[in-house]
Design a protein around this ligand. Structure first.
Ligand SMILES: C[S@@+](CC[C@H](N)C(=O)[O-])C[C@H]1O[C@@H](n2cnc3c(N)ncnc32)[C@H](O)[C@@H]1O
Length: 305
């Protein structure tokens, strides 16, 4: 196994779209949850918003954002993803960069307080996690100073918020580390290395903590919901590929572990439906921070006047 094969899900053309399983929450696919959120907040597609998406991948969620956008800035640190999304959205501006570096470039280019929507779907845990540890095919190298890592990750979230225009939103979807599916994923990665405090939910904790602090300082208001649902695999084979290709990213230590292979096979079997499909119990955290909405805006207008 080489570095090229490890993380092939994000580095090999077509692999992400082939392995990705659709996720349904209350019968609604994740992309449609975002479509509904956009309809609720802006009504019909208005082609008027300044929108950026971090970790855009091949543009699956961008499809929901694009009809609302006047200008789209799409960020991903994988060249393969950026090349796919550029073909799909030729009018968008693309940045092939780490989310933290892209945030700094956008701020340096005068884009502070200029985006109506700063979004990241199933992707923010990577740049936040990268402050704490570096993951390669050879292993995991934790940052020697975890307190500094936490401060830098916090500053990254604050900088993301600085991109949002008054009245705009930072909108993110994050995986639910406590779901049965993700608990199995955590158990697997602990074969490679332990996680910082709080297990694999630590990236979400960093994000929520930074947003709660911003709310306390009157920067805006946080709405955070968690939905239960499933990742739906059409077959046991697709479910196994999902675990080993997407969750375990073909990491050599995890591919070679026979106990892990047995645990995944048992989990898949337990969740196989009579029609042969596999409904993997999953969850999503939807995080919406509205900038400029002081908590006092929750007081009914009559009382505030
Ligand atoms: C799980 S995929 C989600 C893709 C897309 N948002 C979706 O919902 O289909 C995560 C994406 O984040 C990108 N990514 C990972 N680490 C990143 C980083 N540090 N900065 C920017 N993008 C990153 C990956 O290349 C990948 O496209």
């Amino acid at each position: 196994m080489t570095d090229a094969e490890f993380r092939a899900v994000y580095e090999a053309t077509g692999m992400y779209d082939r392995l990705l399983l659709p996720h349904y929450f209350g019968g609604i696919e994740d992309v449609d949850l975002i479509g509904t959120w956009l309809d609720e907040h802006y009504g019909a597609p208005i082609s008027a918003l300044e929108v950026t998406e971090f970790g855009c991948g091949t543009g699956r969620m961008t499809e929901a954002l694009a009809p609302f956008a006047r200008n789209l800035v799409l960020v991903d640190d994988s060249e393969v993803m950026i090349s796919a999304v550029s073909r799909r959205f030729p009018d968008a501006r693309t940045l092939c960069a780490d989310a933290g570096d892209a945030t700094q470039s956008l701020l340096a280019a005068g884009r502070a307080q200029s985006f109506d929507l700063v979004t990241a779907f199933w992707s923010l845990s990577y740049p936040i996690g990268a402050f704490f540890e570096e993951l390669t095919a050879a292993g995991v190298r934790p940052h020697p100073d975890q307190a500094t890592a936490r401060d830098r990750a916090h500053a990254f979230v604050v900088d993301l918020l600085r991109l949002v225009a008054p009245g705009g939103h930072l909108l993110a979807m994050l995986f639910d580390a406590e779901s049965p599916e993700q608990q199995l994923v955590t158990r697997a990665w602990e074969i490679v290395a332990p996680f910082p405090d709080g297990g694999r939910s630590y990236t979400r904790d960093v994000l929520i903590h930074a947003l709660r602090s911003a709310e306390s300082q009157g920067v805006g208001t946080l709405t955070h919901t968690r939905r239960g649902g499933v990742a739906w695999a059409p077959s046991a084979r697709a479910a196994l590929e999902w675990f080993f290709g997407v969750h375990f990213k073909h990491h050599p230590r995890l591919l070679a572990d026979t106990d892990l292979a047995a645990a995944v096979a048992e989990f898949v079997e337990c969740n196989t439906m009579p029609n042969g499909g596999v409904a993997l119990p999953s969850g999503v955290h939807m995080i919406d921070f509205r900038v400029g909405a002081h908590p006092a805006t929750s007081v009914p207008k009559g009382l505030r006047a």
